[in-house]
Design a protein around this ligand. Structure first.
Ligand SMILES: Nc1ncnc2c1ncn2[C@@H]1O[C@H](COP(=O)(O)OP(=O)(O)OP(=O)(O)O)[C@@H](O)[C@H]1O
Length: 667
C-alpha cells in the first residue's frame, strides 16, 4: 500500500513539472498571441507572475493528507471521492480532478475539523509521514468506525515534538481544530486570540494570512495584508513561513519601522514615554492642530482686470465654520475652504457676464492663498508636534484640562531644536507624528492587519494600527501575561477599542505546543503575580527536561551547559539580562563556540539572546542565566522572566548564583 502512495507521489511530481512547463510556455505564447501591445504586456505580466509563483515555490512533499469520503448522504457532493491535501494545488489531466487540493480549499476543512463525533462525511483520514522528500509511512483514522486519534496521532505528535532547528516552519499538516477555526474565520470578522506561550498564536496568525489571501485573493491583493511583529529578530524568525505557503506579497514589519522608516534618534525618559503613549495625547494633538484654524477677520478682495471681487467676512466665517463642522481630514478641509471661497468669487464674476475657465480659477486660487494660509494654514505633522513639545505655552493651550502641569513638563523639550527639521525624534514621537498625519490625511487602509504580541502596544500605537485597518479587519494576537511594556494591556477590551474594533471576539487558545509540562509548571508559578486574568494552559508535551541549578560561576556554568547541549540535535539559546549578554557571548567565543545573532539566519546553532528580545522566539534548548537579574532589569520584570522561561521546546536550564525570585524558590 505504501508503494501505491509512492507511485502517486511520482505522478504528482510529474504533474507539477507539467504545470510549471505549461506556465512558462504560456508566457512565451502569451507574448506572441496578444492582439496589441497593451494586452500583450498585461497578459504577459499575469502569466509571468503565475510562472514565478509556481517556479519560486520551495520544494517539499506534494501532499500531507488524504480524505476518503464515505458513500452515504453525509458525504454530500463528495460521496465516495478521494482527495489528497497539500500545500499547493496540483492540477490533474485535462477534465480530471486535481491530483492535490490546496489545504485552504473548502473541502480541505474536513481534514482539520472532522472527528469521530462529527465525521463530516469522511470515512478515512490518512496522515503521511515524510523524511525530507521521501514518503516513509502513513497513519489512518477510520472516522466511520469511531476512530479518532486527535492530537495523539503518532505523526502529529512527532511533528509537534520534533527538535527545533533554524527559523519557524509552517504547521499546515497538523493544524488543530481550535486553531483551524481561527485560521478560517471570515474576512469581515476581527478576532483577538489570547493564548499562553506556545499555543500557536503566531502560527495561527500567519496561516490566517495565507488562508485569507487564498479565499479573497482579488480583494486582498488590492488592499494588502500587513503583519506586525515586535522586533527584527522575531520577523527574521517568522519570515520564511508565508513564502513556504506560497504567499510572497505580505508585508511583514514592526510598527516602529512602519511609522518611522528612518532610524530613531531620540530617547524618552520613562515619564515622558508614559505620557506620549497615553490615549489622551490624541485629544491634545487634535487641539494643537485645529488651534491653527482661525476666524476670518475682514473680507477677501481680489482685483480682476477692471473688476474687484469681494467675499464678505460673514460669508468667510460661514465657510470656515461649515467646514469645521463637517470634520473632514485637515488637508481636505483646507481644500474645501479654498474651493468654496473661489466659488463665491466665481458667482460674482459670472453674474457680471465674465467667462470663467480653468486658468481663471487657478488665478483666483492663488489670490486667495494668503487668506487660506491665515485661517487654515498648511502644516506638516512634524511641525505640529515640534511646536507642541518645544513651546510650553502651545502645549498648555492644547493640553489644558487634559494633561496635568507635571505631565506637560514631562514631555516638553528642555532644549528645543532650532527647527522641526533638526529634531531628534524618539520612537514615541513617531507615534505622535503619525497621529497628526492621520488627522491631516487618512493613511492607506489595508484589507487585513495581523498584529502579534499586541498586549505590548500602547493606546496611541493601537490608534496607528486602527488607522491602517479602518476599512479592513484585524487579527490581534497576544498574551496579557507576557506584557512587558509600561503600558501593556491588562485586559483586551480597551485595547480592542483603541484598535478600532471594539466588538472583536476574544478567543482563548489553551493547549501549549512548545513548552514541556515541567517547564509550564515552573513558569506558572509566576502567573499569580502578574495581575492578569488569563486561562491556565495545558501542555501537550509530557517530554522535555527542566534543570534548575545554583552555580558558583555563571559564565562557566553557561558555557558548560551549551557544550552539553551541543551534543544533541536542535537550536540552543542562552538568555540573560541585556547587560550580561556581551560577557556571555565573549566567554562562549573564547571557548570556541560559534554564535549567531538572534533572528539572523546562520549556520551556528547557538544564539545569545538579550531578555528584551526573546519574545516570540523559541529554541530547542534554552539556558536562562540569573533570573533575579532579568527581573530587576526593568519594570514588569516578572512578566519578562515569564517570557524568557517559556522559550524552550525540549530542555530548559536555569542557572543562578543569587537566590531565585521568591516565586521560583524551591523549584
Ligand atoms: N498545530 C500545530 N502543529 C505543530 N506545531 C504547532 C502547532 N501549533 C503550534 N505549533 C508549534 O508550537 C510552537 C509555538 O507556536 P507559536 O510560536 O505560534 O506560539 P505563540 O502562541 O505565538 O507563542 P508565544 O506567545 O510564546 O509567542 C511553534 O513551534 C509552532 O510551530
Amino acid at each position: 500500500m505504501l508503494d501505491d502512495e509512492k507511485a502517486y507521489v511520482a505522478r504528482c511530481e510529474a504533474a507539477l513539472r507539467r504545470m510549471l512547463d505549461g506556465a512558462r510556455l504560456n508566457v512565451v505564447i502569451g507574448e506572441r498571441v496578444a492582439g496589441d501591445r497593451y494586452s500583450a504586456e498585461r497578459l504577459g505580466r499575469h502569466l509571468k507572475s503565475l510562472a514565478k509563483e509556481l517556479g519560486e515555490e520551495p520544494g517539499g512533499p506534494p501532499f500531507f493528507g488524504r480524505l476518503d469520503f464515505g458513500s452515504d448522504a453525509a458525504a454530500g457532493d463528495h460521496r465516495a471521492q478521494r482527495y489528497y491535501i497539500g500545500r499547493r494545488h496540483i492540477s490533474g489531466d485535462v477534465g480530471q480532478q486535481p491530483m492535490v487540493i490546496d489545504w485552504r480549499a473548502p473541502v480541505s476543512r474536513a481534514f482539520y475539523r472532522a472527528g469521530a463525533r462529527d465525521p463530516q462525511g469522511v470515512a478515512v483520514r490518512r496522515r503521511f509521514g515524510w523524511a525530507g522528500m521521501t514518503l516513509t509511512g502513513f497513519e489512518d483514522e477510520r472516522l466511520d468506525h469511531g476512530e479518532d486519534l486527535g492530537a495523539t496521532s503518532r505523526i502529529v505528535a512527532a511533528e509537534i515534538e520534533r527538535p527545533r532547528v533554524g527559523p519557524m516552519r509552517d504547521i499546515v499538516a497538523t493544524i488543530q481544530p481550535e486553531q483551524d477555526e481561527l485560521v478560517r474565520a471570515d474576512l469581515e470578522e476581527s478576532i483577538c486570540v489570547q493564548g499562553a506561550p506556545g499555543t500557536g498564536k503566531t502560527a495561527v496568525g500567519l496561516h490566517r494570512a495565507a488562508y485569507l489571501l487564498y479565499a479573497h485573493r482579488q480583494r486582498l491583493e488590492r488592499g494588502g495584508v500587513l503583519v506586525l511583529g515586535p522586533n527584527r529578530a522575531f520577523l527574521g524568525y517568522i519570515s520564511a513561513v508565508l513564502p513556504a505557503l506560497g504567499e510572497v506579497d505580505v508585508e511583514q514589519t514592526t510598527l516602529e519601522r512602519l511609522l518611522a522608516p528612518g532610524p530613531v534618534q531620540g530617547v524618552d525618559g520613562d515619564a515622558a514615554a508614559a505620557v506620549k503613549h497615553d490615549a489622551r495625547m490624541a485629544d491634545v494633538l487634535r487641539r494643537a492642530l485645529y488651534g491653527r484654524v482661525r476666524r476670518p477677520t475682514g473680507p477677501v478682495t481680489v482685483p480682476d482686470g477692471s473688476y474687484r471681487w469681494r467675499v464678505a467676512e460673514e460669508e468667510l466665517r460661514r465657510i470656515v465654520d461649515d467646514t469645521r463642522r463637517e470634520a473632514p481630514p485637515y488637508a481636505v478641509g483646507r481644500e474645501r475652504v479654498l474651493s468654496r471661497t473661489v466659488t463665491m468669487l466665481q458667482r460674482q464674476a459670472e453674474a457680471r457676464g465674465r467667462t470663467v475657465n480653468a486658468a481663471w480659477t487657478r488665478k483666483m486660487g492663488r489670490a486667495v492663498t494668503p487668506f487660506l494660509d491665515a485661517v487654515w494654514p498648511a502644516v506638516r505633522p512634524q511641525e505640529v508636534v515640534a511646536e507642541l513639545l518645544g513651546d510650553p505655552a502651545a502645549l498648555a493651550r492644547a493640553a489644558d484640562g487634559t494633561l496635568t502641569p507635571q505631565e506637560q513638563a514631562a514631555i516638553g523639550w528642555a532644549r528645543p531644536p532650532r527647527t522641526f527639521k533638526s529634531a531628534r525624534w524618539s520612537a514615541a514621537d513617531a507615534v505622535l507624528i503619525d497621529e497628526v498625519a492621520g488627522l491631516l490625511e487618512r493613511p492607506r487602509s489595508y484589507g487585513h492587519v495581523i498584529v502579534d504580541e499586541a498586549q505590548d502596544l500602547s493606546a496611541m500605537q493601537c490608534r496607528a494600527v486602527a488607522r491602517r485597518s479602518e476599512h479592513g479587519s484585524i487579527t490581534v494576537l497576544g498574551d496579557l501575561a507576557q506584557g512587558t511594556t509600561p503600558w501593556a494591556a491588562r485586559d483586551w477590551r480597551d485595547r480592542l477599542a483603541h484598535l478600532g474594533k471594539p466588538g472583536a471576539q476574544v478567543i482563548a487558545l489553551t493547549t501549549g505546543f512548545r513548552v514541556p509540562a515541567a517547564v509550564v509548571a515552573l513558569a506558572n508559578r509566576l502567573l499569580g503575580e502578574l495581575e492578569v486574568d488569563v486561562p491556565p494552559t495545558r501542555s501537550f508535551r509530557s517530554d522535555g527536561r527542566l534543570r534548575v541549578e545554583e552555580v558558583p560561576d555563571l559564565t562557566r556554568a553557561a558555557v558548560a551547559a551549551v557544550r552539553e547541549a551541543l551534543l544533541r540535535e536542535g537550536s540552543i539559546a542562552v538568555v540573560a539580562a541585556d547587560a550580561a549578554v556581551e560577557g556571555l557571548a565573549a566567554a562562549l567565543w573564547d571557548a570556541g563556540v560559534t554564535i549567531t545573532e538572534a533572528g539572523e539566519a546562520g549556520d551556528a546553532r547557538v544564539t545569545v539572546v538579550p531578555a528584551t528580545v526573546a519574545k516570540g522566539l523559541e529554541y530547542d534548548h534554552v539556558v536562562v542565566v540569573e533570573p533575579a537579574e532579568i527581573v530587576e532589569a526593568g519594570a514588569r520584570g516578572l512578566n519578562r522572566l515569564y517570557v524568557v522561561l517559556t522559550r524552550a521546546v525540549s530542555r530548559l536550564d536555569v542557572l543562578h548564583r543569587r537566590p531565585l525570585p521568591p516565586q521560583l524558590a524551591g523549584a
